[in-house]
Ligand binder design. Structure first.
Ligand code: C5P
Length: 235
């Protein structure tokens, strides 16, 4: 393995905790994920504080708006030099294309991966029908992933159980960013359909988003290294 695929989800609004975690995880993870809670509380300055020291950041803000607005948000995000940003595929082809174009103009060769969220895993088939989607959640995941790829998007966030089919349908270069990962024996928390890091990687995941099994450990860096070393052994 040439690159550490673990991105640790820093799901907190506590700035000091996020900064301390990021600092402590340097060398043990490939990056950290910052979401809407942290960003709404601490903004770009908070992101810079977490990224200080060179930690790659997945800025998980899931943009979904008209193309012009998303392009502007992506340009602003690129000033923070994130490794990964994301949009909702449901924003449509023009919005996704505008996001990728804006990232390319702002970031050049070192632009972030722009990935798409297909169907939120909190939605089941009945929820999707209620908002006007036809077909199962799985059908919609595949359809929206294909639309994202056709729009120039670099990859999608997907559950571990979708890795194999998306890898088959979208090819080797499409990035698959996978949450819901639990090392053997780790508490599931509210995650229902989990997979181990080694299984997800073997199926073709590019990035493993892992939160509480690392952040909830007495020694987060050691927990991350244990997962990383297990992956290296399994590779
Ligand atoms: O603590 P845990 O490992 O469950 O954290 C997983 C992270 O991935 C959280 O930030 C969660 O919001 C995010 N996520 C997820 N499932 C999705 C999409 C994102 O768990 N389908």
């Amino acid at each position: 393995m040439t690159r550490n695929p673990i991105f640790c989800a820093l799901d907190t609004t506590d700035r000091d905790r996020a900064v301390t975690l990021a600092r402590g995880l340097g060398g043990s993870v490939g990056g950290v994920k910052i979401g809407k809670e942290f960003f709404t509380a601490h903004g770009p300055e908070g992101v810079r504080a977490v990224a200080a020291g060179g930690m790659p950041v997945f800025l998980d803000l899931k943009y979904h708006d008209i193309p012009n607005t998303v392009a502007g948000a992506v340009r602003a995000a690129c000033a923070l030099k994130p490794a990964i940003i994301n949009v909702h595929a449901a924003g449509g082809r023009a919005m996704m294309k505008a996001a990728v174009d804006a990232a390319t103009k702002a970031g050049g060769a070192s632009r972030p991966w722009v990935i798409a969220v297909t169907v939120l895993t909190s939605l089941d088939d009945a929820d999707l029908a209620a908002v006007g989607y036809s077909g199962s959640a799985g059908d919609n995941v595949r359809r929206l992933a294909a639309l994202a790829q056709a729009s120039g998007i670099d990859g999608v966030v997907c559950s571990a159980h979708e890795i194999a089919s998306l890898r088959r349908e979208c090819g080797a270069n499409f990035k698959l960013v996978v949450p819901g990962i639990r090392p053997d024996g780790a508490a599931l928390g509210d995650q229902k359909r989990t997979m181990t890091p080694a299984e997800a990687l073997a199926l073709g995941a590019d990035v493993l988003v892992i939160g509480r099994p690392i952040t909830g450990a007495a020694d987060p860096a050691q927990a991350a290294r244990t997962i990383r070393d297990g992956l290296a052994r399994a590779a």
